[in-house]
Design a protein around this ligand. Structure first.
Ligand SMILES: Cc1ncc(COP(=O)(O)O)c(C=O)c1O
Length: 432
């Protein structure tokens, strides 16, 4: 090529959650049966979307008006409806102009970082959800800036670490958090959110809060929306129907923008996101149109409660199995549907293996474990030896060693079987 055509940030685009699937597919072609524990898609794992939600979607599919474009920011009735819900909660008040629809949060995240000034950095958690950390790293051309989530404090953000990094790095313009969190399952209380917001206020930063899982909080844990605690700080909440209805294939997510009128720079940034969306006309119409119908139906709250009860039971089941396993550390998930399993410091070596009967698979695994982080080595052996596909923690922008499992498998026997196999595999691997 006459010119270098590759963007400076291209090397930062990593999505381990799906990259591991390439290895799994290769093994599948070699005859191995795989249990996929990597993707957070409830439908893929057997969850049935309630009939009444499907009926509403079918009703919309039968209307001619569902087939047109909608406004660039999204279907007006839905934006008005969502603004009303936010305002009824108390806290920050919004109008329909503060709601912007995207083709899933994947699209929203690409725009959020794609139209942020390159020198303006957003600090996010480690471990991190890869779509967010990769998009931020790619926009800046450098590694993602991170603050620690503390596994010894139920994966709560280390506020001192966050403040130190903000104080000594003037390029930081924003703080990113995920609540409830992927991959840890942590849920942040209002008191902690307020501390993060105070930091944003003190250092004149904006907040991005990913609330994909805000309706998946178990038991008595506090469910707090950013709008309820943000005060006067500029902020954005990320919402989606992917994990709620659940309808990940709808590719329907939206931004809720808070306090845009209180900061001219922030307002111009938000306008650039809408201008960018305008070039695409709008996001897919029909899923947006379904939101007022589904959210206002009394059955929705019952649906969410039932799911949360099920995820809570599965979280306890996983915790019981893994908390008694030597060499690892786990925290009970309180929301979302993930659990992070952390290896204790120093227990992993580059000599550990799991037995693999098939000699071709063994040879392949032995090739790909060269020069990979220790947790990825375990994951490759787990895949080749036991056919379980999980995501190594180092794939979540983390220096800690571990992996993530989901709480999504609907077949009780299969789920318990997978976790027991995982426990035995960890014990066998660490005993080498
Ligand atoms: C924290 C978080 N944010 C965003 C997304 C993406 O959601 P969407 O399907 O709306 O693109 C996911 C998907 O797993 C997620 O876990």
């Amino acid at each position: 090529m006459r010119r270098n055509i590759v963007s400076d940030g291209a090397g930062q685009l990593k999505y381990e959650i799906r990259e591991i699937v390439e290895v799994a597919k290769h093994l599948s072609a070699m005859g191995l049966e795989i249990t996929f524990e990597n993707i957070g898609d409830p439908v893929e794992k057997g969850e049935i979307v309630p009939e009444w939600i499907k009926e509403k979607v079918l009703g919309l599919a039968a209307c001619d008006s569902s087939y047109r474009y909608v406004d660039t920011q999204g279907f007006p009735e839905t934006r008005e409806f969502l603004a009303r819900i936010i305002n009824d909660r108390g806290g920050c008040q919004v109008t329909m102009d503060d709601i912007i629809f995207f083709n899933g949060l994947g699209d929203a995240v690409a725009k959020l970082f794609g139209f942020l000034k390159r020198e303006a950095r957003v600090i996010g958690p480690t471990p991190a959800y890869s779509t967010l950390s990769s998009a931020e790293a790619s926009h800046s051309g450098y590694e993602h800036l991170t603050y620690e989530l503390d596994p010894d404090k139920a994966w709560m953000p280390d506020i001192d670490d966050l403040e130190n990094k903000i104080r000594y790095n003037p390029s930081i313009a924003g703080i990113l958090l995920i609540n409830p969190d992927n991959p840890t399952g942590a849920v942040y209380p209002a008191s902690l959110l307020k501390k993060m917001i105070s930091l944003a206020e003190e250092y004149d930063l904006f907040i991005i809060c990913d609330e994909t899982y805000v309706h998946i909080v178990y038991d008595d844990n506090e469910k707090v929306h950013l709008s309820q605690v943000i005060g006067d700080v500029p902020g954005i909440a990320l919402r989606s129907i992917s994990k709620e209805y659940p309808w990940p294939g709808a590719r329907c997510g939206w931004l809720e923008v808070f306090n845009k009128e209180k900061d001219g720079e922030f307002k111009r940034y938000i306008r650039s996101l809408v201008d960018a969306k305008r070039l695409e006309v709008c996001s897919t119409s029909l899923p947006q149109m379904s939101i007022p119908q589904v959210y206002s139906d009394d059955r929705y709250l019952i649906h969410l409660k039932n799911r949360n009860r099920i995820f809570s039971q599965r979280a306890k089941e996983a915790f019981d199995i893994f908390s008694s396993t030597k060499g690892i550390k786990v925290n009970l998930p309180r929301g979302a549907f993930y659990m992070t399993i952390l290896f204790e410091t120093g227990v992993l070596t580059n000599r550990q293996t799991l037995p693999i009967e098939n000699q071709d698979i063994k040879a392949y695994i032995e090739t790909i474990v060269q020069d990979v982080p220790p947790d990825k080595r375990f994951i490759y052996y787990l895949l080749g030896g036991r056919g379980i596909c999980a995501v190594p923690l180092t794939g979540f922008c983390s220096d800690r060693q571990g992996f993530r499992v989901t709480l999504l498998e609907t077949d009780d026997n299969k789920r318990r079987g997978t976790w027991k196999t995982l426990k035995q595999s960890i014990e066998e691997y660490l005993a080498v």
